[in-house]
Ligand binder design. Structure first.
Ligand code: SF4
Ligand code: SF4
Length: 606
């Protein structure tokens, strides 16, 4: 995906390296850290999209089980699996066995035939699938309509050769408690409700982990609180509750708090987060809590004041007034990017900048990723040369015929979804009250053109600043269209629809829908990213958090990133219209500070 870096698979070695750079002595002693070398020896070169640790929060011993995520191919309803390597497996050296957990996609047929007859034999083995089939048929028939299978686990290395671990998603705790007897659970539901009352009341959402054997489900169950994020507000709430319940040692709580505060690294992009906490229950009580920590290569949250360096520079090579960045300054900036480990450059105004091809070649040589923004009409030959020079991605300002001609031309030249590993094609579309209803038709056209991503923006300065933002009703309608698209066409390989962080109000709408509710934690990334994940360099060499804000002189962009008062003030992102102060979305929305008149017209909290 362009420069948004959502799925940058790295080698297992890169994830282990991150852990070595940021040791957690309260969770992993020296022996455990040293033993990671055994995992590296066996899996170091394999590409993974995340690595994690299972931490036993109430156990004094300082070791973890290690989790790696790999792609899965050719198994119905599955595209990735996690392997969980128990400490006992990797501490001794030698061949390493692992438990395997794969995520199950929702079956669009609405029943479990594909899961039972397609997924199970391929993933768990034909014999096990056959032996478990009666129990699984019974279980899936008894599942509440709102429940779904999320994860399947095969744990042979723990001696569970015939069984299966399942994790079922439910909307809330009550739905789990109500459904458990029908699933065949023989435990005391009243005792379960009493044990989980403090957690259920707090409004946490839960998944249900259970073990299935040919005889049915076991009495031991686990409840997992899901979200993928790093919001200290949310994480701290859970840590405090675990401490109060005696389920977490203070030494481990301190390490968890430290973990969520590590700043993300840019090159390779890595950041820390939690995937979930798990409460294990048996014999009338919660007897154990575990935390699942992750080092991830996906950019998907912005709970930090800023990244430790910018992820991206927006280079304005030429502007509307005819100012141009000097080629020598541009080349020097590429060198600075290498020195400062900045991975990506988004290039604006390249249509009128004569040295674009050479700059792209330098970027390619220095292994910096580039995205060329196209705002003007350009001919096919120019696009071909830009592609050949190494442009890694294109961002085309969509909304008129010129843009769609450009996108079609680029598709014909090998960019977009039509070519495996071709440069990514993103169409950015500004939504407003006058065009909101065009979204479905636009999506269909861009999808047909083979565009990878439709990036919806709005409430930003620049052309069309006088346009009316979409109404709340329009945004709700668009949100419902986008959700529907994501779960159907996008899953089937169609164009991906994303909301640009600048369009924070739409993000708020899509993540909470109801303005009375706060957005789902970890789900709504964040509004304005200027000065937090990227900054802009203007034609005169001046720097600002975003290209819409005036530039200022600085010794270097690294200096500016770390020390400039302007960027620090911008990150605070205060001073919006009064309605924002009472808006439930305000903490994450952080609307565009460069377009206050647009924010003024926001209807989410009206
Ligand atoms: S009222 Fe303010 S904080 Fe709330 S969604 Fe609108 S712009 Fe964002
Ligand atoms: S100031 Fe922030 S929200 Fe506004 S256009 Fe720039 S990056 Fe987007």
């Amino acid at each position: 995906m362009g420069l948004r870096n959502r799925h940058a698979d790295l080698t297992t070695r890169a994830f282990i390296g991150h852990l070595r750079r940021h040791p957690l002595p309260g969770l992993m002693d020296d022996e455990c850290v040293a033993a990671l070398a055994n995992i590296e020896a066996q899996f170091g070169d394999r590409r993974s999209h995340g690595a994690g640790m299972e931490v036993r929060l109430g156990d004094e011993r300082r070791f973890v089980d290690y989790i790696l995520k790999f792609d899965v191919k050719d198994i119905p309803l599955m595209n990735s699996e996690g392997i969980e390597i128990d400490y006992e497996q990797f501490v001794g050296g030698g061949p390493i066995g692992a438990c395997r957990f794969a995520r199950v996609k929702r079956d669009k047929s609405g029943d479990y035939r594909v899961f039972l007859d397609g997924t199970m034999p391929r993933y768990a083995g034909p014999e096990r699938a056959r032996a478990l089939r009666p129990a699984l048929v019974k279980l899936t028939k008894a599942m509440a309509p709102e429940a779904s299978i999320r994860l399947v686990g095969v744990m042979d290395v723990r001696g569970a050769d015939a069984g299966l671990r399942l994790v079922l998603d439910y909307p809330d705790f009550d739905a789990i408690a109500a459904n458990l007897p029908a699933l065949g659970w023989t435990g005391d539901t009243a005792a379960l409700r009493a044990a989980f009352a403090p957690w259920a009341e707090a409004g946490f959402t839960f998944g249900l982990a259970l073990d299935v054997s040919p005889e049915g489900i076991g009495e031991k169950i686990g409840l997992e609180t899901y979200w993928q994020g790093n919001s200290p507000v949310y994480v701290e709430t859970i840590i405090d509750r675990l401490l109060n319940a005696g389920l977490c040692l203070p030494s481990k709580a301190a390490e968890l708090r430290r973990w969520i505060r590590l700043l993300p690294e840019p090159d390779p992009f890595l950041h820390t987060r939690f995937t979930y906490f798990k409460l294990n229950y048996r014999d009338g009580r919660i007897y154990e809590a575990k935390a699942y920590l992750e080092t991830s290569s996906m950019v998907h949250h912005f709970d930090f004041p800023a990244y430790d360096r910018p992820l991206r520079l927006d280079l304005v090579l030429s502007d509307e007034s005819g100012n141009r960045l000097s080629p020598s300054d541009a080349t020097a900036l590429i060198g600075d990017c290498v020195a400062e480990r900045v991975t990506g450059l988004r290039l604006y105004g390249g249509e009128d900048w004569p040295d674009l091809l050479r700059l792209l070649a330098v970027c390619r040589e220095k292994n910096r990723r580039t995205e060329v923004v196209l705002q003007k009409r350009v001919d096919r030959d120019w696009l071909r040369r830009v592609l050949e020079a190494g442009a890694g991605a294109f961002l085309v300002e969509a909304g008129d015929d010129t843009a769609e001609i450009t996108l079609a031309t680029l598709g014909g030249l090998g960019a977009g979804r039509g070519t495996e590993n071709g440069p990514c094609l993103t169409a950015r579309w500004r939504m407003h009250a006058g065009n909101a209803e065009e979204l479905p038709a636009l999506t269909a056209r861009l999808n047909d053109l083979g565009v990878n991503e439709l990036l919806i923006t709005g409430m930003i300065p620049g052309t069309g600043a006088a346009l009316q933002p979409p109404t709340r009703a329009q945004m709700k309608e668009a949100a419902s269209f986008i959700w529907n698209w994501r779960f159907n066409e996008e899953e089937a390989g169609g164009i991906v629809i994303e909301i640009e962080s600048c369009f924070a109000v739409m993000l708020s709408m899509i993540c909470c829908g109801d303005p009375e509710k706060a957005p789902i934690p970890g789900f709504f990334d964040r509004g304005c990213e200027g000065g937090r994940s990227f900054l802009a360099i203007h034609p005169g060499g001046t720097i600002s958090p975003c290209r819409y804000l005036p530039g200022e002189q600085a010794a270097s962009f690294a200096e500016y990133w770390k020390h400039a008062g302007t960027i620090k003030a911008h990150r605070q992102n205060t001073g919006h219209r009064p309605a924002c102060a009472t808006c439930p979305c305000a903490r994450r929305c952080t609307p565009c500070p460069a377009a206050p008149e647009q924010v003024e017209r926001c209807t989410v909290n009206a």
